[in-house]
Ligand binder design. Structure first.
Ligand code: SAH
Length: 552
């Protein structure tokens, strides 16, 4: 899967155009020069940013002069490495110039963006201009056998040679190719393995499936099967295996190394004909690349993710990727909204916050049917959130066996206590504990007992779910217990909506703290006896708990 584009802008005058392009690629991130423009992500150095995105193979759309982009990337162009599409777009949207990444589909992107901005793309690739298509960049489902040979072939066509197509190339039907019955050049769409002759261009359709029985020595066995059959391995569309092998790590690894999807079949599955058998492995021939993609079904995946406190920049890249790849998203409506941008084809299953176990079961049902499912929590999914509910659902006696075959992963996030602590400095810099003051799922007596012990142990404490309409008195009672162990000048931090637009941070003393200052969107940190505060240069206060504890 190619990564989502980065849109890089220098100032506010480019923001409107950047947003129009983002509408076209909802997963694209707008990077803005810090201090100049509020974008999705801030950067400090234009050249460094462009180069690091380029190196990580991220398609780049820079809203600035083409010259600036060229000069910034020049040092990287000499060595062949990643070559993502790179485009310069005039900040007012009046010009779209594809610069690099011809084989990564830069012209296709340029046309898409130009259409959105209602201008024409500055396409300069001769073959593409003349023939209306890039022969060297076939659509998904087809692969070019040899790029160098392909370049020569296209220059022959530009030099006046005509072309014949042998095989099925539906995407070329609309092209302006110089077709002739008695053409001197042939485009072969074939699964056959051979070295291309100078007068032909070979494109392999991904129509072959390898049905395998185990991961043992798989790469070698596949190589041999293709060789024996005289077939091109580039035509391999997917690995197929019996559903009983769904949890086999070796198979997943082999598919990853081969760069093809892994799908599973059940005894009744309809399969295409066998063209080769070798050492416990069968090669099957599907009718078309599209047909090949419909055989078998993938192992479902359930990712339990934490968004972090709110701001997109505090979300881990692994979580963003899981969200981008998800087909179904489950969670409390506010959190699903915080996971945006999402695509229209992603199904949102919003539900009330309290139905956690039911939501977990629903997630397993979807994932067991082969879908990529994400369950969304704020902060960290393992901190008073969905990860435990999901595991609880899985451990139930009634949990169907298919749920255990789902690829389950828990992806961490920045929890509210850590986000709040960081804003204040380092109040959790020494030993601390996290306590939920909600007595929905545990008896209040347990909470009191834990508060008492945490107080006696002089731990700093972070309170989650400190108060709500349904639980109005609990915080006051908790503070009474804490006050039996701490002096009134104990440092307290209140973080409300941390990482979100309404963020508010307050530093005060335990003596000053009253329950009215706190609501359910607040995280309360009670310092230990050692927690300190001192003025910051900007008028606020720093809070920290020293790393060392006095000898008793
Ligand atoms: N899984 C979440 C916690 C869920 S419990 C996490 O790891 O952060 C919900 C409680 O978390 C809220 O009542 C509040 O106390 C705290 N909380 C969650 N997000 C917060 C934020 N952005 N700012 C302050 N507190 C927050």
């Amino acid at each position: 899967m190619t990564s989502s584009p980065a849109i890089v802008i220098l100032g506010p005058s480019a923001l409107a155009t950047a947003r129009r392009i983002q509408a076209l690629y909802p997963q694209a991130v707008i990077h803005g020069l810090s201090g100049r423009v509020e974008a999705d992500q801030a950067y400090d150095d234009f050249g460094d940013t462009l180069r690091s995105l380029y190196r990580s193979d991220t398609p780049l759309i820079a809203l600035c002069a083409a010259g600036i982009v060229i000069r910034s990337l020049a040092p990287l162009l000499a060595n062949k490495g990643a070559e993502p599409p790179v485009l310069a777009v005039a900040e007012d949207g009046s010009a779209v110039v594809p610069l690099l990444g011809g084989l990564g589909g830069v012209n296709r992107m340029a046309r898409e963006i130009a259409a959105e901005l209602q201008v024409s793309a500055a396409i300069t690739t001769s073959g593409e201009l003349r023939f209306g298509t890039c022969l060297l960049d076939p659509p998904s489902g087809y692969v070019l056998a040899d790029i160098e040979q392909g370049k020569r072939f296209v220059s022959d066509l530009l030099g006046g040679e005509s072309l014949r197509i042998d095989g099925d190339a539906p995407w070329l039907e609309q092209g302006k190719l110089p077709m002739a019955e008695d053409a001197g050049r042939t485009l072969h769409i074939t699964t056959a393995q051979r070295t291309a002759r100078p007068d032909e261009l070979l494109i392999h359709p991904r129509t072959l499936l390898a049905l395998v029985d185990s991961a043992d020595d798989l790469a070698a066995r596949i190589g041999q099967a293709f060789e024996q059959a005289g077939l091109a391995q580039k035509s391999l569309a997917a690995l197929l295996a019996p559903a009983a092998l769904m949890t086999d790590r070796g198979l997943a690894q082999a598919a990853l190394e081969l760069g093809v999807p892994l799908r599973f079949i059940t005894p009744g599955s309809a399969l295409p004909g066998v063209v080769e058998q070798h050492d416990g492995l069968q090669l099957l021939q599907a009718a078309s690349p599209e047909a090949a993609q419909t055989i078998g079904r993938p192992r479902g995946r359930l990712s339990v993710i934490g968004l972090g406190p709110g701001a997109a920049e505090h979300m881990t890249p692994a979580v963003r990727r899981a969200l981008d790849e998800a087909q179904d998203l489950l969670g409390y409506e506010t959190y699903v909204r915080m996971a945006e941008p999402l695509r229209d084809d992603q199904v949102r299953h919003c539900s009330d916050n309290r139905e956690e176990l039911q939501r977990a079961r629903h997630a397993f049902e979807l994932a067991a049917s082969g879908r990529r499912v994400v369950v969304i929590s704020s902060g960290d999914p393992g901190v008073f959130a969905m990860a435990a509910a999901v595991l609880e659902a899985l451990e139930e006696i009634a949990a169907p066996a298919e749920w255990h075959a789902v690829e389950l992963q828990v992806l961490p996030g920045v929890s509210a206590a850590l986000a709040t602590a960081a804003k204040a400095g380092a109040p959790l810099g020494h030993d601390f504990c996290l306590i939920s003051l909600s007595d929905n799922l545990k008896p209040w007596a347990v909470i009191e007992n834990r508060l008492d012990h945490a107080g006696a142990a002089d731990l700093a404490m972070a309170f989650y779910n400190p108060i709500s309409k349904a639980r109005p008195w609990q915080l006051g009672r908790a503070l009474d217990i804490v006050r039996t162990h701490r002096t009134p000048d104990t440092v307290v931090v209140l973080g409300r909506d941390i990482g979100r637009p309404a963020e508010a941070l307050r530093v005060l003393s335990l003596g000053e703290l009253t329950p009215e200052m706190v609501d359910m969107r607040t995280l309360v940190i009670i310092g230990s006896s050692q927690t300190r505060r001192f003025p910051r240069g900007d008028g606020g206060e720093w809070v920290y708990t020293p790393r060392s504890y006095p000898q008793q």
